[in-house]
Design a protein around this ligand. Structure first.
Ligand code: FES
Length: 75
């Protein structure tokens, strides 16, 4: 079970899951353009509601595999 870090919070994600799985687990959640909490919506790269930053790059959490040790920033 990969362990990722979302804004410093540790989240264990099921093997083979995308980062959006981590963002759907409390206490972390996505943020929309205004910074308000928002969950992944479409799950297939269309709504852009799951944008996060990994390694200085903005990615879509629903399309990004959750691999061990990833450090994710919301907003
Ligand atoms: S959940 Fe819609 S783009 Fe990721």
């Amino acid at each position: 079970m990969p362990r990722v870090f979302v804004d410093g919070l540790t989240v264990d994600v099921p093997e083979g899951a995308r980062l959006s799985a981590a963002l759907g687990l409390p206490p972390v959640a996505c943020r929309d353009l205004s910074g308000a909490p928002r969950g992944p919506l479409c799950g297939m790269g269309q709504c852009f509601e799951c944008r996060v930053t990994v390694g200085g790059r903005e990615v879509l959490a629903c399309l990004t595999p959750a691999t061990e040790g990833l450090e994710v920033r919301r907003g």
